[in-house]
Design a protein around this ligand. Structure first.
Ligand SMILES: [Zn+2]
Length: 130
């Protein structure tokens, strides 16, 4: 299961991060950026996270998924920025077009494939003052 291994990789990254930067208090939410080109079920990812986080520092935390739009860079005309979207009949969502919106040339994807933790929401331990 794709989402399960992604959740596992996220949890591994979080564990490594916490080893270097421990937090005081309970992790309430883990903020994740998900590129639009990364095809996955957010529900399945959140569910896998709940299961895998059991017994770790992230137990009981929720994944907060932020979608990152696709950005490209064009080698021909130097364009850098968002892509056009095509909304064909029969599609349930807009599909990013991975060619340069300015000159139509082949464009390199610079954002939109990533899945990364960008922040944590922690309930501070209230018994600690200052
Ligand atoms: Zn171009």
């Amino acid at each position: 299961m794709h989402e399960y291994s992604l959740a596992h990789a996220l949890l591994q990254a979080l564990t490594d991060h916490l080893r270097e930067h421990p937090v005081r208090g309970r992790i309430r939410a883990v903020h994740v950026r998900k590129g639009e080109l990364l095809i996955l079920s957010e529900e399945a990812l959140a569910e896998a996270w709940r299961i895998l986080a059991e017994g770790t520092a992230a137990a009981g935390s929720e994944l907060q998924i932020e979608r990152v739009p696709v950005k490209v860079r064009c080698g021909s005309c130097g364009y850098a920025g968002p892509v056009r979207y095509s909304t064909d009949e029969g599609w349930h969502f807009a599909v990013p077009v991975l060619s340069c919106p300015r000159c139509g040339g082949r464009a390199e994807v610079v954002e939109g494939r990533e899945l990364a933790i960008v922040g944590l929401s922690v309930d501070e331990d209230s018994s600690e003052a200052g």
